[in-house]
Design a protein around this ligand. Structure first.
Ligand SMILES: *Cc1c(COP(=O)(O)O)cnc(C)c1O
Length: 462
């Protein structure tokens, strides 16, 4: 443990202060009932201790601004700083949420609506939803509103592929719809033959993401759209990670009727630690009139995220947005091909923006020696200064290691990551214990992850 890994309370020294004030010339007396009875229990430290405390804390955090962050299904791309400058402009940041008619703000909404419609092939967007999952719920409510507007009340089921992001079935359940799972084939794509018998007049629609969570483009999407529309259902598109499709393919052209985007993923807003987000929902022409019927948040959503997205789109322009999509795909395939000699690649086809390994080829397991797992690889990566990829998701494989490099990383960074991943594979083959014990260099090594997520204890107590 480094000296400054100590808590600020442990550095406290009776009587030490970080300020000096002159004897006050006058005093303001607070009413008795508002005044403290005892002094607050603050650590007693000097100014430099406070500065080091916060600076060191900030450096314990791993972010896109500190290093490569290949977290699959999350699109942790670099967020250009000009976005922040625009979002912080007083003319925008100072607008009160109830000021609905500020022309500049309206123009941003209109411009972003047009840009997203052009990128996705949808007719219009609502910007109320504050996250991807929130967008899913909004979209499903629109789906239900559509069926009900036609007097069709029997459609209570939503089809979701077994490879879907966990929020998809959760949103359907929250919306009061029954989830029906459609299987994937061995090649990772939705099994059209498994889909056919599920279709009927009780189906509200299907939720899909394309490329799916394995990073694979659903090539049968046109046929799937025809089948689902044929039974009277709608197609919902989970566009959380639209990186690879930017300027290349549009969900609207694939046959989707409703979709959400994660502006905080694809369109660059820092989104570690749970926010802020924005999950605008787009609809095709026949659903536009229903947009106003579904209100799922107050005011107009997270305007700052929209400003960042709009800035990002305008700064890149049409040609470079298209390039972003292609580079995201190229980078993912480059890593996949460079590491498949050391990591098991269950689906070898060309991927889009992300792909999945299924653990190490040689995990070092021998008589009496336990092999290294995906968790061990992820923990070891932290020692080398890289954030871990997504692990144990998707659940189609036992040792999933899901890597998404994004388009914003240079070839040198990708090569550095590939080198380290090879090094870790060699360590595992030789002495898996190095990996079992990792991470060796972080303040906390291996918390009980379930407990840490469900019952986080974030405050210090003596
Ligand atoms: C991130 C993600 C979501 C959920 O988005 P949130 O903003 O975290 O609610 C949904 N689907 C996919 C595919 C995602 O990657």
């Amino acid at each position: 443990m480094k000296y400054y890994d100590k808590l600020i309370f442990e550095l406290s020294k009776e009587g030490r202060t970080g300020y000096s004030l002159r004897e006050p010339q006058a005093r303001v007396c607070l009413p008795e009932k508002l005044a403290r009875k005892e002094a607050p229990e603050l650590p007693q430290v000097s100014e430099v201790d406070v500065v080091r405390h916060y600076t060191n804390l900030s450096q314990m955090n791993f972010g896109v601004d500190t290093g490569f962050y290949p977290l699959g299904s999350c699109t942790m791309k670099y967020n250009p700083k000009i976005n922040e400058e625009i979002a912080a402009m007083p003319a925008f940041a100072g607008v009160h949420p109830l000021q609905e008619d500020v022309q500049g703000v309206k123009e941003v909404y209109e411009g972003l609506d047009k840009a997203l419609a052009a990128i996705t092939g949808m007719a219009h967007f609502t910007f109320l939803p504050c996250a991807g999952a929130h967008g899913e719920l909004t979209g499903l409510m629109l789906m239900r509103a559509y069926h009900e507007s036609r007097g069709d009340h029997a459609r209570k089921k939503v089809i979701v592929p077994d490879s879907a992001h966990g929020t998809n079935p959760a949103s359907a359940a929250v919306c009061g719809l029954e989830v029906v799972v459609v299987k994937s084939k061995a090649d990772g794509l939705v099994d059209v033959e498994d889909l056919k018998p599920l279709l009927g007049d009780d189906i509200a629609g299907i939720m899909m993401t394309n490329p799916n969570t394995l990073g694979l483009f659903e090539r049968d999407i046109k046929e799937i759209a025809k089948l689902v529309h044929g039974c009277g259902g709608l197609l919902y598109y989970d566009g959380a990670n639209m990186n690879p499709l930017l300027g290349v393919v549009r969900p609207g052209d694939m046959g989707f009727d409703i979709m959400h985007l994660n502006l905080h993923k694809t369109f660059s807003t820092p989104h570690g630690g749970g926010g802020p987000g924005s999950g605008p929902v787009g609809v095709c022409n026949k659903l536009v009139s229903l947009l106003d019927s579904v209100h799922t948040s107050g005011f107009h959503g997270n305007f700052g995220v929209m400003l960042r997205a709009y800035t990002y789109i305008l700064m890149l322009g049409k040609q470079n947005l298209r390039l972003a999509g292609k580079l995201a795909t190229l980078n993912a395939n480059y890593i996949k091909e460079s590491l498949k000699d050391a990591y098991k690649l269950p689906i070898a086809s060309v991927c889009k923006h992300e792909f999945v390994f299924d653990g190490l080829i040689d995990d070092g397991a021998k008589e009496g020696v336990q092999g290294a797992t995906t968790l061990d690889v992820a923990k070891r990566l932290l020692d080398y200064g890289f954030h871990a990829p997504t692990i144990y998701f998707p659940m189609l494989f036992h040792q999933s290691l899901m890597i998404e490099p994004t388009e914003t990383e240079s070839k040198e960074t990708l090569d550095g990551f590939i080198e380290v991943m090879h090094k870790i594979a060699a360590e595992a083959a030789q002495d898996p214990d190095i990996l079992h014990q990792a991470p060796h260099n972080t303040p906390i090594g291996r918390p009980d992850e379930t407990l840490a997520a469900r019952q986080p204890v974030l405050k210090w107590e003596a």
